[in-house]
Each structure stands twice: as C-alpha cells, then as structure tokens.
Design a protein around this ligand. Structure first.
Ligand code: SF4
Length: 262
C-alpha cells in the first residue's frame, strides 16, 4: 500500500456512533458517511494494524467523551483524539459554557479511570503528546505549524494555511499556479504564544504554544482572539498528563513507554 510504504501518518475522522456520525458528516442532505468510514477503517486496519489515529469532533449532539471513547475502543480504534467543535455561539453544534464544563468534568473522570485500568490500551493523543514533551524536555512556541510548516491545497488548487480553513477565502494564501502570497503567509510567523497577552501570563504556555488559530477564526472571526473555554480544556488536559506521567513513572514504566513511543 502506497501510504504504508512511504510512511504516511493517517488520521481518520469519525464522530461517534453511526447516528451521531451521520448527523455530523452527511453526504448531501440525507445520506450519512458512516458506512464509508467503516469500510475505510477495515482497509486501514488491514494494512496499518491499529497504528493510525482517529479524530472525533465533540459537539452538542453527543457531548459524552466516555461514550465516544468506548465506541471507538469497541471498533478497535485506540489512538484517539477528541476535539471540541469550533462553531460560533449561535450555531446548533456549539457547546455552551455549561455543556462545556460538564464535558470537562466527564472527561477528567474518564481519564482518571483510564489511568487505573491497565488493560485499557487506549492512547489518548493529547495526553501522550504532552507526556512526550515532558520526557524530551521540549517546549512549544506555536500551537501547530499553521501557515509556517503546514499548508492545505484544495481540489481546485487553492492554497490555505491549514486544512481546517479550506474554503475560507478571506484567509486564502494563493494557488498552485500563481504561488503563495508571502506577505499573507508571514502573518503566521508572528502568532506564537508571546503574541497573545493572555498566553504571556499563562502557566501552560510553553506546553500549549498558544491558541489554535483556526478555532479563533471560526469562533471570533479574528486570528488574534482566544477562546476561554478552549484554554480551560487545554490546561485541564495538561494537568491530567502531568498526573499520568507522575503516576506511571512510579508504578508502570512499561505503560508509560508505550505512550511515549506510539
Ligand atoms: S491555554 Fe490559552 S492562554 Fe494558556 S497558553 Fe494556551 S492558548 Fe494561551
């Protein structure tokens, strides 16, 4: 298989059980995409085993991280990443502050249980990514490579700073024929955590790296504003990864190593 031969990392998007996934990711008006995703999972498992990650968007439709992780685990999907939806506050999918806080409570409870259950082989990606940083003593200045180390190309050849901003022509950087507008792209080199007043004061800044600019844009229409509830979750996940790391280094180095090497 081409992807495997050339060592591609694969990230599969699935948003939960069939009815929820189909609601979140329909083809056209009526047809859900769950069956296609299932077929894709089978193909990937055949070639990659379980060495591919899944990305799940948590929204108001199904704000239950424990049930989502259980569903994925039952499908044999163990490298999981849950992202909270990015949508303006009047959008049907948006998690309001109360639902968001409930979600954080459930997620924390779920993860602390996961820590106790040795037999659960789930790799909860944000946690293991943070633990890799602790083990390697690395720090971040930027949340991700948006616009700097990463670009997204649409099927029509347009170039955007990130796959999540595909189709957003206000942030278009160029196209494959004319090339990239470097002036527009340079903006992304200036938005490290030190650009944001809130981040400069935040204890988590060198692990977090600053806000997800795509989230900021989706929520606020600006690349310069933070979303407080998203910061709350990042900090909670970093705290939990510290708990995981401290506990596993004392009691289960083998399991810690498995998180650090997958
Ligand atoms: S958690 Fe929020 S305030 Fe803290 S560094 Fe990250 S984006 Fe900045």
């Amino acid at each position: 298989m081409f992807l495997q031969k050339h060592n591609f990392d694969v990230l599969l998007s699935i948003d939960g059980p069939e009815n929820i996934h189909n609601k979140m990711r329909p083809f056209g008006v009526k047809k859900g995409s769950f069956d296609k995703v299932l077929a894709g999972i089978k193909t990937l498992q055949e070639y990659y085993g379980n060495n591919f990650a899944t990305n799940t968007i948590v929204s108001k439709y199904f704000p239950y991280p424990n049930k989502l992780v259980k569903t994925l685990h039952e499908m044999g999907l163990n490298r999981v990443s849950l992202k909270t939806v990015s949508a303006p506050s009047n959008d049907l999918l948006d998690l309001d502050d109360i639902s968001f806080d409930k979600l954080l409570e459930m997620e924390e409870r779920n993860l602390l249980q996961l820590l106790k259950h040795k037999e659960w082989s789930i790799n909860y990606l944000p946690l293991s990514q943070y633990m890799k940083m602790f083990a390697g003593g690395t720090r971040k200045r930027f949340r991700c490579g948006i616009g700097r180390e990463m670009l997204a190309v649409s099927t029509s050849g347009k170039i955007y700073p990130c796959h999540r901003l595909l189709g957003n022509d206000a942030l278009l950087l160029g196209d494959i024929h004319q090339g990239i507008n470097e002036e527009k792209r340079n903006v992304y080199f200036t938005k490290d955590f030190s650009h944001f007043a809130e981040c400069r004061k935040c204890w988590a800044r060198t692990i977090c790296g600053g806000p997800c600019l795509s989230d900021s844009y989706d929520y606020t229409g600006s690349l310069d504003k933070l979303i407080e509830k998203k910061c709350k979750r990042i900090k909670k996940l970093i705290e939990l990864s510290i708990i995981f790391y401290a506990e596993l280094i004392k009691t289960d180095k083998k399991r810690l190593l498995s998180y650090l090497t997958t």
